[in-house]
Design a protein around this ligand. Structure first.
Ligand code: FO1
Length: 315
């Protein structure tokens, strides 16, 4: 087996496949570039939810029931914050706060998000390279009847209830692709780009909105393989199906593939959506049907191996 894999990931769903890839690839053969459009400033801290979800999943610290944050968490700091009248709509556990405080300290000392992410992942025993998509701030915002909402206000505070009319990525036009991400894209041994099963509109689009990135990927000859986050014609978790409908899209793999457009060579879809395969192939795409639901580490590793086999890089 040879060649480097570049995975693009959002938070929880993407992190599962990222963990599978880490289990089957040695550290020098994988770079995971993570969405930072969900990041926001809160309580004087910069919170990076997708980087956190990937980091906790790879370190084996993630809470698999809640879906975000650290397992065996306690909430003493939040209880005090709430008692003191602080903003308690965004839950920061005591252990999780340890990470946010450390990140804030290094940011204040002038380190880049890339440097800090490298430091935190190493400290948590992660050997694989996890890089933010950019060191410059990009902030996803959604347009609702009440105007533009910052992503975490929409997602956590409003529980995705507002109808979404549009999505924008503030700052993306000026944001530079992070050094580790550029390095992976420029590797002569790059073998494939894997788009993890994250929300294309909310978690992958902010990455693809970075100036020049779509063109850079299009200029490469390596396959771009996405794993669909749709299962049985809906999303297992999160606002994807609701959002697609609100944006006037049919909630189908065909619409999802059309959204990625020419960028995509291969879409991996769930066995419950096997009926979509033919229509996808009719558009010129390669389509693979398999079980994409990842409930166990065995599921994650099997899916990762199947995706790598599509890249032609697994014996
Ligand atoms: N998601 C929630 O639904 N409620 C929360 O209170 C919450 C807190 C939180 C704290 C730190 C962190 O890294 C993530 C957190 N998330 C929370 C998850 C996160 O906001 C979303 O899952 C992602 O932004 C969507 O990918």
């Amino acid at each position: 087996m040879s060649g480097h894999i570049l995975a693009l990931s959002g938070g929880v769903g993407g992190a599962k496949l990222a963990a599978g890839l880490c289990a089957v690839l040695p550290p020098e053969q994988l770079t995971i570039a993570v969405n930072t459009g969900d990041d926001f400033e809160h309580l004087g801290l910069t919170i990076c939810p997708d980087l956190d979800s990937v980091t906790y999943a790879l370190a084996g610290l993630n809470d698999t029931v809640r879906g975000w944050g650290v397992a065996d968490e306690t909430w003493q700091a939040m209880a005090m914050l709430s008692r003191l009248g602080g903003p308690d709509w965004f839950n920061l556990g005591d252990r999780d706060l340890g990470l946010h405080l450390t990140r804030a300290m290094h940011l204040r000392a002038g380190e880049s998000l890339s440097e800090i992410t490298a430091r935190l992942t190493v400290q948590l025993g992660i050997a694989h390279r996890v890089v933010p998509m950019s060191d410059d701030p990009v902030r996803t915002q959604v347009e609702t009847d009440a105007g533009w909402l910052d992503f975490q206000h929409y997602f956590v505070r409003e529980q995705c209830r507002p109808e979404v009319r549009g999505v924008r990525f503030a700052g993306a036009d000026k944001a530079r692709i992070s050094p580790g991400f550029i390095q992976a894209l420029s590797r002569p041994d790059l073998a494939a780009i894997v788009i993890c099963p994250s929300n294309p509109w909310l978690s992958v689009d902010p990455i693809l909105a970075l100036p020049g990135l779509r063109q850079q990927i299009a200029a490469l000859t390596v396959p771009v393989i996405a794993v669909s986050p749709l299962v049985g014609g809906t999303a297992l978790k999160g606002p994807l199906a609701k959002l697609m409908a609100e944006l006037g899209q049919p909630v189908t793999n065909l619409a999802l593939a059309a959204h990625y457009g020419d960028l995509l060579d291969h879409l991996v879809i769930d066995e419950t959506d096997a009926a979509d395969a033919e229509a996808l192939r009719d558009t010129g795409l390669c389509a693979t049907v398999t079980q994409t639901v990842m409930r166990s580490s065995a599921d994650r590793e099997r899916l990762a191996s199947e995706v790598l086999a599509l890249a032609g890089k697994v014996d």
